[in-house]
Design a protein around this ligand. Structure first.
Ligand code: OSB
Ligand code: MG
Length: 378
């Protein structure tokens, strides 16, 4: 291993891996499964008189992508931290390069980079938003609505979110639960900003069926096809008029550039976890801004830790569509940070150093399922 960036970064004394179990306020059903709680891996980096937090967005099962929380935990412990801690004093900006020999595991890498970046920015007194280049003090918020048992319940849920002020509604769809729910929501709410997310549940053979969504004036169709199939998305967008937005498929700025080159999509959902960190997320934002492609900030049912960073990212200028950056109470009765509260359909961008929110130790303690301290030898 080479010695990169030795000396000018954070002097880490210890890293704690904290696992928590936190129940969702309501089950969240997508085309890939139903979530009723989150098993979240948090990283706490301690050094230079500060502590930094990172949140890993991987779920307990590899259903959204191939990563899952126990695997992320292992790869962080066995492969990522040893490489990173061998480079004394790495800066957050060096981490992607240091970890580049490790294939894949973007969510694990993103969690590590986030913790280092939070600690580094706290030590330097700068907020995530300021560091990333935020140009807004609050961000427009949408909400992702799971697949419901029947149209009446769906309309009730959508109506409640609209009453709370959400500026855009996203409906999760799957084969057999697509045209009818969209038609019902559009009929009841003719003017709302509405979009759908299939989480890879269709094939190109469904193109004509998906084209039936064109009459409902949707902002976009998110990830209709399997994640690896960029060319198929390009073909689909010739048949379906509604813009195709990619989520799962976009795993890096390089993949984003290729997807745009072949017109696989015309909008991108950016999730820092999926692309290996907030720095790569910013690169995708910048690339899309140059090419005139709108982006929006996705979500992975984050706690207040990940939410704080997401809201900062969503404050960058080319995040022109409302994000899945919903208020804390859409997910959790009691979050592990002070809650993010919707104000006129927006969330405020934290201004304090680092992610700008503090973890509520008492709440955290009540949710912990395991803690593991990795001490750094000097
Ligand atoms: O595909 O965007 C997705 C939640 C979990 C996994 C994948 C997705 C989602 C959401 C909700 O749609 C995002 C959120 O509100 O955090
Ligand atoms: Mg999605």
């Amino acid at each position: 291993m080479s010695t990169i960036g030795a000396g000018d970064g954070l002097h880490v004394e210890a890293v704690e891996l904290v696992r928590i179990r936190i129940p969702l306020v309501t089950p969240f059903r997508t085309s890939f499964g139903t979530q009723t709680e989150r098993d979240v891996l948090l990283l706490r980096v301690i050094g230079d008189g500060v502590e930094g937090w990172g949140e890993c967005v991987a779920f307990d099962e590899p259903l959204y992508s191939s990563e899952y929380v126990a695997g992320a935990h292992r790869v962080i412990e066995d492969h990522l931290l040893p490489r990173l801690l061998a480079q004394k004093g790495a800066r957050a900006e060096d981490i992607a390069r240091i970890l580049q020999p490790i294939k894949g595991h973007n969510m694990a890498k993103a969690a590590v980079e986030m913790a280092w970046l939070d600690a580094q920015l706290r030590a330097e007194g700068q907020s995530f938003g300021e560091y990333l280049g935020a140009t807004r003090t609050a961000v427009d918020c949408g909400v992702s609505v799971g697949i419901m048992d029947g149209i009446p319940r769906l309309l009730e849920a959508v109506s409640a979110y609209i009453d709370q002020g959400y500026r855009r509604i996203k409906l999760k769809i799957e084969p057999g639960n697509d045209i009818e729910p969209v038609r019902a929501v559009r009929e009841r709410f003719p003017d709302i900003a509405l979009q759908v997310d299939a989480n890879t549940a269709y094939t190109l053979a469904d193109a004509e069926h998906l084209a039936r969504l064109d009459e409902y004036n949707l902002l976009l169709i998110e990830q209709p096809l399997p994640e690896e199939l960029l060319v198929a998305n390009a073909q689909l967008s010739k048949i379906v008029k509604t813009p195709i937005c990619l989520d799962e498929s976009i795993t890096s700025a390089a993949v984003a550039a290729e997807a745009l080159d072949i017109k696989a999509c015309s909008i991108i959902n950016i999730k820092a976890g999926r692309v290996g960190g907030y720095l790569e997320a910013k690169r995708i934002h910048d690339l899309c801004a140059e090419r005139g492609i709108a982006v929006w900030c996705g979500g992975m049912l984050e706690t207040g830790i990940g939410r704080a960073a997401n809201v900062a990212l969503a404050a960058l200028p080319n995040f022109t569509l409302p994000g899945d950056t919903s208020a804390s109470d859409r997910y959790y009765r009691q979050d592990i940070t002070p809650p993010f509260v919707l104000d006129d359909g927006r969330l405020p961008v934290p201004t304090g150093p680092g992610i700008g929110v503090e973890v509520l130790a008492d709440v955290l303690d009540g949710l912990v399922t395991s803690r593991q301290l990795v001490e750094v030898s000097r």
